[in-house]
Design a protein around this ligand. Structure first.
Ligand SMILES: [Ca+2]
Length: 372
């Protein structure tokens, strides 16, 4: 059985000698002309940020709080009331938060979180209406089945597809095999309608031995997901074990291979699998070895850094980096590193054309990436 020790892996430049022949991808060149500017600190293990139309933002903290950041950059002392009760346990807690694209009209905010007990838990999606520091009308939209044990690999990110449905990612609970088990929700990217009802055009909707919410499968722990601003295509990053972190283009019905194929190794250096490819299984667009410990993911759509437009920015926990994955059209043509001093949990586009990151620390920060 695989057990994640992502949190305790050594940092970049101090990697312990590997026992397995992990192919190194080498160091990527440093991105030039940027600097991090602290917008606010005092966030306890922040996980995700979403902006509202008035310029304020909501930030989740893993322990189960949502903090309000005013449009002028002040953090409200009182957390948002009415947040769903979460299981805070190891990697579990309050995870992603995304305001509905039509928030100005409907007021809905969507969240994912771990729910239950350390021995019996699930990943959940819920929504609530937000106004003036309070959630109301809380609705639990989905609960993964079956219950699992332990505090690893809950996922999770949410994206809206613009057709009345949403995708959310779920890890495989650090148990590997559920990722290929179509009877389970674990290790999948799932699709439901925005009101929680079933999406009747899902790829396995009619298959009686499969969970009908499955959109794609064979995932280990996807913790980054973003929709391309022009093509509408969905990209996701996931944690490999030791090495083998991946960027994937997510398409309905496809199998992304875990744990049958992988470029990663177990933490003790032994092989997870003899295979890095197999018929009917997708190859990653990018294989990050050594692992960056993939976190938040965002396409850059602003004008502050014109040369970054259309590129994908992937956060990394263990290497304390954001990787700029350079796109020409839909083709990946290179990669650069934005090096930070702290673990990066989320990467998002702000409404002001700046890229923002959240650091995963007890005294976590929101950083704005500005020209240097
Ligand atoms: Ca894969």
């Amino acid at each position: 059985m695989l057990v994640s020790t992502v949190c305790s892996l050594p940092v970049f430049g101090q990697l312990a000698p590997l026992e397995g022949p992990v192919p190194p991808t080498g160091e990527t060149p440093a991105a030039e002309g940027w600097k991090p500017v602290t917008v606010v600190s005092g966030l306890e293990h922040p996980w995700a940020i979403t902006w509202l139309p008035d310029g304020s933002a909501l930030i989740t903290e893993r322990a189960g709080r949502v903090r309000v950041l005013s449009a002028d950059g002040k953090l409200a002392e009182e957390p948002v009331s009415g947040v769903p009760e979460v299981l805070e346990h190891r990697q579990g807690g309050l995870l992603d938060i995304v305001a509905h694209p039509d928030f100005a009209e409907n007021g809905w905010v969507y969240m994912t979180y771990s729910h239950g007990t350390p021995r019996k838990n699930h990943t959940r999606v819920a929504r609530a209406k937000y106004a003036d520091g309070a959630f109301t009308d809380l609705e639990v939209l989905f609960t993964t089945e079956p219950a699992k044990s332990g505090g690893f690999h809950f996922g999770s990110r949410i994206v809206f597809l613009g057709d009345g449905s949403l995708l959310f990612s779920v890890g495989e609970g650090a148990m590997a095999d559920p990722a290929q088990d179509m009877g389970q929700h674990w290790g999948k990217i799932l699709r439901i309608m925005e009101d929680g009802s079933p999406a009747t055009d899902n790829p396995f909707h009619a298959r009686i031995d499969a969970q009908q919410e499955i959109w794609s499968y064979g995932h280990r722990n996807p913790q980054g997901m973003a929709v391309h601003p022009e093509t509408g295509k969905v990209y996701a990053t996931e944690h490999g074990p030791r090495g083998g972190d991946e960027l994937n283009l997510i398409e309905p019905g496809k199998n992304y291979g875990w744990p049958v194929i992988t470029y990663g190794y177990n933490y003790n250096g032994t092989k997870v699998s003899d295979k890095t490819s197999a018929p009917g299984m997708e190859q990653p667009l990018v294989n990050w070895t050594p692992s960056i410990a993939a976190s938040g993911l965002a396409f850059y759509t602003g004008d502050v850094f014109p040369e970054w437009k259309g590129d994908l920015f992937a956060g990394g926990l263990v290497l304390k980096q954001v990787r700029r994955v350079k796109f020409e059209g839909e083709r990946i043509v290179g990669e650069e590193t934005l090096q930070f001093d702290e673990r990066i949990r989320d990467v998002r586009m702000g409404p002001d054309g700046f890229l923002y990151v959240l650091t995963d620390e007890r005294n976590g920060k929101l950083l704005r990436i500005e020209p240097d």
